[in-house]
Design a protein around this ligand. Sequence first.
Ligand SMILES: [Zn+2]
Length: 170
Amino acid sequence: MLRPLVLYPDPVLAKVSEPVHHIDNSVRELALDMLDTLKTVGGIGIAAPQIGIFRRIVIIDKSLEDLTDDVEKPQDFVFVVNPVITVIDKVKHIENEGCLSVPELRAKVARPRRVAMEGLDLDGKPVRYEGDGYFGACLQHEVDHLDGKLFLDHLSYLKRSMYEKKMKKK
Ligand SMILES: [Zn+2]
């Protein structure tokens, strides 16, 4: 089921999401709603709070994990429940990011270069994804949502206020 996206500057996007204690059918249904919404609006990842559910569930596009061969692969969405990020290489790396909840903005964000995401799939089995570059940034971006952070929070005050001004004019 398609759910409406929560858009910036809705203050609920700053809420910290709760861990999932039991992966039951209600969690799976919610995850499928996230997937429907992501596929409908078009994107490479989504976190539950972006549809107004404050649980620690994200969807990432695994096809971005290995971009070395330069071949465009079909999107391969995977669910991660209670994802945790481990930094593997903390050297800062810059990617151009955007967000379904922050319309009409793409901006350069510096984050640790290589990370791993560990959590559970919808069967409760452990999963682990690791990557750098764009994929590494995606992993960190989605977990940020669960902690009430947007990629805007990584930008300078100046860049952020320019965006806020532009959106107010609409
Ligand atoms: Zn986002």
